[in-house]
Ligand binder design. Structure first.
Ligand code: HEC
Ligand code: CU
Length: 335
């Protein structure tokens, strides 16, 4: 049998669709899987999703099944008389109103209960963090520990982490699917979200509210650590940075890095436009978790930030290769 052009086009289209769908299943997507919860908040959402999903499946199959059955079984055939005309059936109509109403009431009850329980402020051994969304990176403050980092949160396993969420410029949305639902970050408003991880590991997230040119390059990472590892990371972050060599200090002074960046312990570095660079070398990624943190990527970044990250608010400072080399050595050395 030969396929017509139309059939061929349709098969091709369907195949292309399947490929497109499957391409959504990249490794990063799987790491950002709501249906693979790794903490109590995410589990609560998952636990609500599945019952609602299966109820919807049953309703869908029942309703569509009856529809298709009726259309085939009672279709018009030659020689058949006009079918009997019926108007209304009280018992049936009451049944198909009451049953869906009861289902919706049940689902609604569980949902409202879930919303309130997720919004409750956690108690016990809570870690408080403040995360501020910027175009296009995350400022992460540890208020009790007195330090600030960027794009990567370290949290202790098994402890609730109460986030205070803010935005500097436009609306962003904090979302680490395996740990919790998403929560908007709005300028002039404070929102909260509780995240918690069961086991040590790396959990990926990203901004979930379109926020401009590099919205797709506004990602974040959560590193859940055992208490001891977490405490030793905190101790490291609390240290002041080592001072740059005199020649490097001259470059940063001339280029005005300190007007936008803070490096704790280095005079002239108090800017808050860009990420805190005190322990830049200890991060695995930079620029909204867009690039793995290594010398090559940092060199390309310093050469021309908006060239590698569209719209980036760090300008091209026309640094010479030698200046870049000195800066890379200094920044990567600050673990
Ligand atoms: C006008 C303000 C401004 C100046 C001046 C500036 N930066 Fe930046 N910088 C930023 C902003 C904003 C970002 C965040 C960009 C993003 O991720 O989209 C950034 C990001 C960075 C990052 C990545 C940090 C991270 O963890 O994501 C490094 C490293 C950096 N800047 C180094 C420097 C150095 C070195 C200088 C001086 C030679 C400098 N910056 C000058 C604004 C500035
Ligand atoms: Cu954003």
């Amino acid at each position: 049998m030969r396929l017509t052009t139309r059939a061929r086009l349709m098969t091709g289209g369907a195949l292309a669709g399947v490929v497109l769908l499957l391409s959504g299943c990249s490794r990063t997507t799987i790491q950002q899987d709501t249906l693979n919860p790794a903490g109590p908040a995410a589990r609560k959402i998952d636990g609500l999703f599945w019952p609602v999903f299966w109820i919807a499946v049953v309703v869908f199959v029942l309703v569509e099944g009856l529809l298709v059955f009726a259309a085939i079984r009672y279709r018009h055939r030659p020689g058949r008389p006009m079918p009997q005309q019926i108007h209304g059936n009280k018992r049936l109509e009451i049944t198909w109103t009451v049953i869906p109403a009861l289902i919706l009431l049940g689902v609604g009850g569980f949902t409202i209960n879930g919303i309130f329980s997720l919004a409750r402020k956690p108690t016990g051994n809570v870690l408080n963090l403040t995360v501020t969304g910027h175009q296009w990176w995350w400022e992460v403050q540890y208020p009790s520990q007195h330090f600030t980092t960027a794009n990567e949160l370290h949290i202790p396993v098994g402890r609730p982490v109460y986030l205070t969420l803010r935005a500097q410029d436009v609306i962003h949305s904090f979302w680490v699917p395996r740990l919790a639902g998403k929560q908007d970050m709005e300028p002039g408003r404070i929102n909260h979200l509780t995240i918690q991880a069961d086991a040590p590991g790396r959990y990926l997230g990203q901004c979930a509210e379109f926020c401009g040119a590099s919205h797709a390059n506004m990602r974040l990472r959560v590193f859940a650590q055992n208490e001891a590892d977490f405490q030793s990371w905190v101790a490291g972050q609390e240290q002041l940075a080592q001072a740059p060599p005199a020649a490097t200090l001259l470059i940063v002074q001339q280029k005005g890095c300190g007007g936008c960046h803070t490096i704790n312990g280095v005079e002239g570095f108090g800017g808050i436009i860009g990420p805190n660079l005190t322990h830049f070398g200890s991060r695995t990624t930079f620029a909204g978790s867009t690039f793995p943190n290594n010398e090559v990527n940092l060199t390309n970044w310093l050469k021309n930030p908006p060239g590698v990250k569209p719209g980036a608010d760090m300008p091209n400072l026309n640094l010479t290769p030698d200046e870049i080399k000195a800066l890379v050595a200094y920044l990567e050395g600050n673990k």
